[in-house]
Design a protein around this ligand. Structure first.
Ligand code: ACO
Length: 320
């Protein structure tokens, strides 16, 4: 049995912040941001929260699948911005959508989070423990970026994407390659903002910090490698893959990966121009938007890949 995606959904906050808007906050320009990243705008949460966006995306995914929340057995939210240290965002989404029967928990693997959630769902489904899962990537990165640091605040956005998966005898997830490298954790991190205790004294507020060039090098080396491993595991050639759905970090990373895989850039759909980098949400938002547009057809071979803080990475090949 494989995990097969049956329905998808997405949600973006209402407020659209274009690059010119950001230039009113920090010393930057539309030209600099577009040339270095491909990003034109991103959506930022106002009233919305990670949980409210996750719940909306999840309900859309269930509706597209024609399933009820009460049927869901496993509910995983991939996020680094759940809003509460405890309980998990997944438990709050569970309450909001009424997925009473589900086992609900979060996974913290940053921009690889959705791939990690898919990895776990497939393992649970293969073991026979659960027959379905609701997987959500959701973030409010605007709450953890330093809005005075132009080198990071221009990159990120908020949103949520969801996929409802079921056990299937055919198609679905064919092969995966997932990994982590904790020794590089400082390349991309956000220290906890938890208050101090009487012994440790005051802690400075944590914001997202990043060594952009190290992340770039990591991504262009690791993503083609793990996609190659997943392709090999599935017995699929790169040119048989209809689309490569990658974490939407940066236009130049996607172009470099396409080049290394010797595949045309048209096979790497993008929404980062409108969404920015939404970490764990980026891949499921992209997938749900393509699904909604009718671009994904049953039987299509797709390669998915996420990469990010940890450092973490993952790729899978699936038959839609
Ligand atoms: N506007 C204007 N100037 C800026 C801005 C900005 N928003 N940000 C930085 N600069 C300036 C810097 O101050 C620096 O100026 P200086 O030369 O006078 O010191 C100059 O631009 C170059 O800065 P770098 O940080 O060296 O810029 P770089 O060319 O490396 O581009 C970028 C930065 C786009 C982040 C690049 O490193 C990159 O593509 N990294 C990939 C990582 C990535 O995309 N991370 C996203 C999140 S992580 C993830 O999702 C896995």
């Amino acid at each position: 049995m494989n995990a097969r995606i049956i329905g998808t959904g997405w949600c973006l906050p209402a407020f659209r912040a274009d690059n010119d808007y950001l230039a009113t906050l920090v010393d930057t320009s539309d030209e600099w941001i577009r040339e270095r990243t491909g990003i034109r705008a991103r959506h930022l949460a106002g009233e919305e929260t990670t949980v409210s966006m996750a719940a909306e995306a999840a309900e859309k995914a269930l509706a597209r699948a024609g399933r009820e929340a009460s049927e869901v057995e496993l509910l995983i939210v991939a996020t680094i911005t759940g809003g509460t240290d405890t309980p998990s965002a997944a438990c709050r989404v569970q309450a909001q959508i009424g997925a009473k029967k589900a086992v609900a928990f979060d996974v913290n693997a940053a921009c690889s989070g959705f791939l990690y959630a898919l990895h776990m769902a497939d393992a649970f489904i293969k073991s026979g423990m659960y027959k379905n899962a609701l997987l959500i990537g959701a973030e409010s990165l605007s709450r953890i970026v330093d809005w005075t640091d132009r080198s990071t605040c221009v990159l990120f956005g908020d949103g949520a994407g969801a996929a409802y998966v079921e056990a299937s005898e055919s198609g679905g997830l064919l092969a995966q390659s997932v990994g982590s490298s904790g020794d590089k954790w400082e390349v991309l991190s956000c220290r906890s903002r938890s208050g101090a205790n009487p012994i440790s004294g005051a802690q400075p507020a944590g914001y997202l910090t990043m060594d952009g060039q190290e992340v770039f090098k990591f991504a262009v080396r690791t993503v083609p490698r793990c996609i190659g491993e997943a392709l090999e595991g599935a017995g699929v050639r790169a040119d048989e893959v209809k689309l490569f759905l990658l974490h939407q970090a940066n236009l130049r990373i996607l172009q470099a990966v396409a080049k290394r895989l010797e595949q045309p850039e048209e096979k790497f759909p993008m929404n980062l121009d409108e969404c920015g980098n939404t970490s764990a949400a980026s891949l499921p938002i992209l997938m749900a938007q393509l699904d909604e547009a009718g671009t994904l057809k049953r039987g299509d071979l797709l390669a998915l890949s996420g990469f990010g803080a940890g450092l973490t990475w993952g790729a899978c090949v699936l038959e839609w």
